[in-house]
Design a protein around this ligand. Structure first.
Ligand code: ADP
Ligand code: MG
Length: 153
């Protein structure tokens, strides 16, 4: 399934993220982690979207643009899902940096939801059937966001 949205403010992009998170929480965990691959322009709104997404997961901490942190783990309260991992591959030089953080174990756990910014940089580590989110910078305020769901649905 492919859905295309246009947003005019960061708040609208956050809301889209929040709604998606609420929908994911309603789905039962599947065989592996629920993975969202976020791609597209710098400043396209990936981190902004994930701030709303984390809110939808009922996470209280703020989601930051992790300039020097590759991966951050958050607890998902009161859900069949347990952990939310925010990964940002913008600065990685080798896929090994991600593997060294235990990526294979994290991605195998059905209780994990994983959002990966710049996922195209670790493409060879990712399963084929994951959801893809593309962020396109149209102008100062407008973004085009294309959501493509696979995850067996
Ligand atoms: P990325 O993580 O894709 O590099 P960010 O979310 O960090 O992008 O940055 C997006 C920037 O664009 C933020 O400064 C945000 O305030 C601004 N912005 C302006 N309009 C929008 C919009 N419609 N959606 C998301 N962000 C927007
Ligand atoms: Mg970002």
């Amino acid at each position: 399934m492919k859905l295309k949205y246009f947003t005019n403010t960061p708040a609208q992009t956050k809301k889209l993220g929040r709604i998606l998170a609420e929908e994911i929480l309603k789905t039962p965990p599947i065989k592996k982690a629920f993975v969202l691959a976020l791609e597209g322009d710098l400043g396209g709104g990936k981190t902004t979207f994930l701030q709303g997404f984390a809110k939808g997961l009922k996470i209280k901490e703020k989601i930051l643009s992790p300039t020097f942190v590759l991966m951050k783990k958050f607890r998902i309260p009161k859900s069949n899902f347990q952990n939310f991992y925010h990964i940002d591959c913008y600065r990685i030089a080798k896929v090994k940096e991600i593997l060294n953080l235990g990526f294979q174990t994290i991605i195998s756990n059905p209780k994990n939801i994983i959002a990966i910014e710049w996922a195209d940089r670790i493409k060879k580590l990712l399963p084929k059937n994951i959801s893809n989110l593309r962020f396109i910078f149209l102008n100062k305020k407008e973004r085009e966001i294309v959501l493509q769901f696979k995850n067996g649905k």
